[in-house]
Design a protein. Structure first.
Length: 418
């Protein structure tokens, strides 16, 4: 049994997937670093806006990165899920494959919880592990059936968007009626004040930002207040459907064969061009509005619907574009450090959190809230370079990244297996 249940060796890896994982783990830092520096990183006007340059940088970063690399990770997790089970099934070990798969996800869950409580409360790993269990019934479905299944979460999110816009239109109508009333009631006055407050330009935060993470244990306490696994919140309900959409898309793409040979899909580049063009258009108007017109509520049903899946469409476009380029042009295959960073994506993801904690929190250099948005872009490439160099030299001596080795070791050795 020990020889049968060995982890995947290098010569069995799909090289394009390592390259895509490398891009995803590096790219996700562009967004995650803001969560280490600001109390409200998503704000369009608070924290880190010292000049017009910061607003422009924020627009470009969100246009190109916000949610896109998370989407890539989710899609690639779906691919990895399918490959893992497919290879276990090929070894003919029957129900033992379910034990190994469940143990793999349990270990990922525990790693994520440790990361969330002791390093950074923005962890996504334990959320992925729960989604991994939800994915299991879809493994044996055909591509056509998966496409139909995909309509369920897409429809749910579309319905939520329509519900939101109808509610917003109703609020606007009440505001119009209240503002035109000759003798407005107290309730109407509140409606007018609330709408004006919502649609007014806001001033950014001025002055020092209180850092509640002056010591390491203060940081752990702050993490525990946000991470509520101990209260039974074991996944992020707000992004559950989005995560599943991307994971199912990953299974569909893998089943279509595009990661081994993009020629397996007819009109691959035409489809890629269409998806990319649509993604660029939608993301441009979405994040332009979010950055420069945040005070102007969306009242158009069509526009609200377009704003429903910007991140997912761009993530899919990135996957298709870079997968095709990697296979078509040898220059991309020579970007070995990126692929190596992808081979140890789990390790690099965790070390990004450790490095950012040391840079921004009080137990390190205490730069929390001290940098403008554009200044974060000076730090990101430095961390990228460190991780690329480290990944390159690590694989000179070892076959797996350190956390990847632990994950595999625990996966295959539990319960007397391996």
């Amino acid at each position: 049994m020990q020889n049968t249940l060995q982890a995947t060796r290098q010569n069995n890896r799909i090289q394009s997937l390592d390259f895509l994982r490398g891009l995803a783990v590096l790219g996700i830092l562009l967004i995650n670093i803001e969560s280490f520096c600001y109390p409200n990183p998503w704000s369009s006007y608070e924290y880190g806006y010292q000049s017009t340059l910061d607003h422009d940088v924020r627009f470009l970063v969100y246009f190109l990165a916000q949610g896109k690399f998370f989407g890539m990770f989710s899609l690639l997790f779906g691919v990895g899920f399918y490959i893992f089970l497919d290879r276990l099934e090929a070894k003919g070990i029957g129900l033992k494959a379910l034990d190994i798969y469940a143990r793999r996800l349990l270990i990922l869950f525990l790693l994520g919880v440790i990361h969330a409580y002791f390093i950074w409360d923005g962890d996504i790993l334990y959320h992925y592990s729960i989604c991994g269990f939800l994915l299991f019934p879809f493994r044996a479905f055909t591509v056509r059936k998966l496409l139909f299944i995909l309509l369920v979460p897409v429809s749910v999110l579309s319905y939520n968007s329509i519900s939101n816009i109808l509610s917003r239109q109703d609020q606007h109508q009440k505001y119009v009626e209240a503002s035109s009333a000759k003798n407005p009631t107290e309730e109407q006055k509140k409606i007018v004040e609330k709408w004006i407050s919502r649609t007014s330009r806001k001033e950014g935060h001025i002055g020092d930002i209180e850092n509640h993470r002056q010591t390491y244990w203060q940081s752990v306490k702050a993490n525990a207040e946000h991470t509520k696994v101990h209260k039974g919140e074991v996944m992020y309900s707000g992004i559950l459907f989005r995560t599943l959409i991307m994971m199912i898309l990953g299974i569909i793409l893998y089943k279509s064969g595009v990661f081994r040979d993009y020629h397996s899909v007819k009109y691959y580049w035409l489809i890629t061009a269409a998806v990319t063009a649509f993604a660029v258009y939608v993301n441009y108007i979405r994040y332009y509005h979010w950055t420069y017109q945040y005070f102007d509520p969306v009242l158009s049903v069509w526009k609200e619907w377009l704003f429903t899946f910007p991140k997912e469409t761009m993530a899919l476009a990135y996957i298709l574009v870079f997968n095709g380029l990697y296979q078509k042009f040898s220059i991309f295959k020579r970007l070995i450090p990126i692929s190596l960073a992808g081979r140890m994506a789990l390790t690099n993801y965790i070390t990004q959190s450790i490095i950012c904690g040391l840079i921004f929190y009080g137990y390190g250099f205490s730069l929390y809230g001290q940098l403008a948005r554009h200044e974060l872009l000076y730090i990101v490439p430095c961390i990228w370079m460190l991780q690329l160099i480290w990944s390159y030299f690590w694989f000179k001596k070892f076959e797996y990244g350190p956390l990847e080795w632990c994950w595999r070791r625990l996966t295959y050795s539990g319960g007397g297996v391996g």
